[in-house]
Structure formats: structure tokens, C-alpha cells
Design a protein around this ligand. Structure first.
Ligand code: SF4
Length: 428
């Protein structure tokens, strides 16, 4: 049976789409293997949000080609689309699927490389069936953004706000649960505005989550990324009261400095952000917050950067994704003056990494000795321990059987590690 491996760069929308592509390969009979295993086909869903995302996309494609020089490497996503538009070629990518057609990647592959069709037919005749354990599924409920942050090109490429009708979301969630998934991660570009463009009558994000939580067999619901100004009291109440809702949100900070936030056209300031976290933790103690932070936005001086470090120390993010600002063509920030030199950006990224790591450890230490519910995902190649994610979004490792993959278990947290915590299995 031919094997296929997948990886994603960039946002949660890309992750969702990779999952859809993966399912279409699975439906054709491909066996899905981890990305670092030898595979017959590698599919890379690329990103072009920053220059470093583009560089990582290229590196990943080259890594796949090195892993199995006989494999077919398929590239799609935003960076793939850029290369098509610019007429560039990457020698290691055998097939470039245009971004709008990415969900048809398997059709492109079978058309260009018909020997896979023959191999799949043979495998079907011999009765081979792929086996895959399920843990968390990503479900896209919204697309489009109208915020126009001055560094971001998304509103120019996806300006139309569109929420997936709630009946469709519920149907897809039920199908995912029937497929064996225990956790659903809701995703979208501006997910906090779910339902807003449809006018009154339909559910908003909080109501949609409440409806989803009624699905039998669905045990955890996580919201992927939500803008700070779009977190409603109703959503906070729901998370506080409904045990299926994870007590964690990914709330992009981008900068801890109010002047830079204004220049970014982000509709909040430092005080608003800190007050939001205070309200969340007053209502839900030890609430987990992960974030995105952009370093080196034009005009970011040392004082502004220190304000970002200050917010990180105050909030104690459980995870922080740090991005180095790079100009995106056609955005207002591209033409701003006072660009920060690359060497300064690099120093600040390193400094902020240290601040974030210490703050994440302080947050994780709140859980020492406590029992956390963990969705088990896989075995760590480094430690040989089983790995999973806790309700509060801690990465937890513990000794256990590989059969636990896909299960929700209880783990007592005993130690801190560089990226998370370790613990002992308490019960299934
Ligand atoms: S909220 Fe800002 S950063 Fe996020 S997609 Fe919209 S414009 Fe881009």
C-alpha cells in the first residue's frame, strides 16, 4: 500500500486544510505515516506569512526530498501559490498544487503519477486497510478577516467574512466524533466574529460551542485563536461552566506596547489586554493563555520592546509563538518609516524567548502535584515517553503504553521540562 506523509506550516486554517487533504488521501487507500518516516508521497502545506515562514517551507520541502529521494514531494499552500505567481521553481518539489485547488491534491497526484493509481488498486484487491488512531480534529468554522492589521495581508486576500452555517458545523463535528476523534479544535481567521455577518438569529461563537458540547462522545472543545476584543462575557461564562470547554485560549498579543498596537491597527491597548486576562483568571483560576507576538515592528524602540516583555511576565503565557516582523507586499506597515534592523530583531527574539520560557515555566509550576486531564497523542522520539496535551494546554509526557494514543487519561504532574511537564499516569 503506498504511504503518504503530511506537514503544515503556518496558521490553523492551513492545519485544518491539511487534515482534509490527509483524509482525501486516506479515502483513496494511502497509508498515512509520520512526516519523519520514509514515505512514497510527502505533502507540504506551505505558508508565506513572513520571510522566515517561506524559508521554513523551502527547508521542509528539501528535508522531505532528502528523507526519501524516490518520493514524490507535493507542495501546496500560500508559499506554493507565490512561487506559481512569480514563475519560480523549486527542484525538490515534483508537483505544485495551486492554493485554491489544495483540497484536490490527491487528484492532481493520481493524474500526474498514475503508477500510484495502479498500486492503490492492487492494494484494494488484496484487502489492505489503513489503520490510524485519532486524537484531535481541527474544524474550520469561519473564513475571512476585516480587521486590517497594518502588517497583515490576509484581509486583502480573504476580505469576505463567511461563517459556516451552524448545522453544517454540527454535522461535520458529529462525523468527526463517529470517526473516533475525542477533541475538536475550532478554527477560522476571525473566529470570534463567528455568525456576525449573517445578522441576528444564528448562533454566535459561544452559542455554537454550547451546541457542540451536546454531542455525545465529544469530550473536549478547544478554540484555536481568538482576538482579545472578541471574547464575549457569554464565552467566558460558557468556558467557566461547561467542562467540555478547555480552560485555555490562544489570544494574540502581537505587542505589549500601546503605541505599537495603535500603529499595528490592533483595536486594543496594553491595559485592555491585561484586564482581559485578569477577568478570565478571576472567573477561571489558572486559565491558560497562549499567544502570538511580533518582534521588530516598525517604530519598536527598546522601551516598547520592554513593554512586551512586561506583559509576558505578567500573563505567564503557557506557550508563545514569536514572529520576526517582515514586510508583506501591499500592507501599510511596508511603507512605514523607522524599520528595525535585522540584528536588533534577532537580539530581541532571543531575549524574548528567554522571558517567555521562564514565564511558561512559572505558569506550569502551578500544576505541580495536581492531576490534569490529558489527551494522548503519540510517543516522543526523544524521551520514549507518551505525549499529550492537557486541558490547560500543557505538553505532558508520562510513561505509558502506545495503545493509549487517542485516549483521555489523568496524569499527576511531577516535574517541569524544557517545553512542558512530566507526570505519572493516575487513571484512564
Ligand atoms: S486580525 Fe489582524 S492579523 Fe489576524 S488575520 Fe485579521 S488582519 Fe491579519
Amino acid at each position: 500500500m503506498p504511504t503518504a506523509a503530511f506537514t503544515t506550516l503556518g496558521c490553523k486554517v492551513n492545519q485544518y486544510e491539511t487534515q482534509k487533504i490527509l483524509e482525501s488521501f486516506e479515502a483513496q487507500g494511502f497509508e498515512i505515516v509520520p512526516f519523519d518516516a520514509p514515505a512514497d508521497v510527502y505533502v507540504i502545506n506551505t505558508c508565506s506569512v513572513t520571510q522566515s515562514a517561506e524559508a521554513k517551507s523551502r527547508q521542509t520541502i528539501r528535508r522531505a526530498a532528502r528523507q526519501n529521494p524516490n518520493a514524490i514531494v507535493v507542495m501546496t499552500g500560500c508559499y506554493a501559490q507565490f512561487t506559481l505567481r512569480r514563475g519560480e521553481r523549486l527542484d525538490e518539489a515534483h508537483l505544485v498544487v495551486p492554493n485554491p485547488d489544495k483540497l484536490r491534491a490527491v487528484e492532481y497526484l493520481l493524474e500526474h503519477y498514475p503508477h500510484f493509481k495502479t498500486a492503490l488498486e492492487q492494494a484494494r484487491r488484496q484487502g489492505g486497510t489503513p489503520l490510524r488512531r485519532r486524537s484531535r480534529a481541527v474544524l474550520k468554522i469561519q473564513d475571512g478577516c476585516n480587521v486590517y492589521c497594518s502588517f497583515c495581508s490576509i484581509p486583502y486576500t480573504r476580505p469576505v467574512m463567511r461563517s459556516i452555517p451552524y448545522q453544517e458545523v454540527l454535522d461535520e463535528a458529529r462525523a468527526m466524533v463517529e470517526d473516533g476523534y475525542r477533541e475538536i479544535v475550532l478554527t477560522g481567521v476571525l473566529i470570534g466574529d463567528y455568525g456576525a455577518e449573517t445578522g441576528s438569529g444564528g448562533p454566535d461563537l459561544a452559542e455554537l460551542c454550547a451546541l457542540l458540547s451536546e454531542i455525545d462522545g465529544l469530550e473536549r472543545i478547544r478554540i484555536s485563536s481568538i482576538e482579545p476584543t472578541l471574547i464575549s462575557e457569554r464565552l467566558i461564562d460558557l468556558i467557566a461552566e461547561n467542562s467540555k470547554m478547555c480552560p485555555q485560549l490562544h489570544i494574540p498579543l502581537q505587542s505589549g506596547d500601546s503605541r505599537i498596537l495603535r500603529a499595528m491597527n490592533r483595536p486594543y491597548d496594553q491595559a485592555f489586554y491585561l484586564d482581559l486576562i485578569r477577568r478570565l483568571r478571576e472567573r477561571i483560576p489558572d486559565f491558560g493563555v497562549s499567544t502570538d507576538i511580533m518582534v521588530g515592528f516598525p517604530g519598536e524602540d527598546e522601551q516598547a520592546f520592554q513593554h512586551t516583555c512586561f506583559v509576558v511576565e505578567q500573563v505567564e503565557f503557557c506557550r508563545a509563538h514569536l514572529f520576526r516582523y517582515s514586510p508583506r507586499p501591499g500592507t501599510p506597515a511596508e511603507t512605514m518609516s523607522d524599520h528595525v534592523p535585522d540584528s536588533v530583531k534577532s537580539e530581541r527574539i532571543q531575549q524574548l524567548q528567554r522571558v517567555c520560557k521562564a514565564a511558561a515555566q512559572r505558569y506550569a509550576s502551578r500544576f505541580l502535584g495536581r492531576v490534569e486531564r490529558v489527551l494522548v497523542e503519540s510517543r516522543s522520539k526523544l524521551s520514549g515517553l507518551m505525549m499529550g496535551t492537557s486541558d490547560h494546554y500543557l505538553q505532558v509526557e508520562f510513561a505509558g503504553s502506545p495503545n493509549l494514543a487517542g485516549e483521555l487519561v489523568k496524569v499527576r504532574i511531577t516535574d517541569l521540562t524544557a517545553d512542558g511537564v512530566t507526570g505519572e499516569l493516575v487513571s484512564l
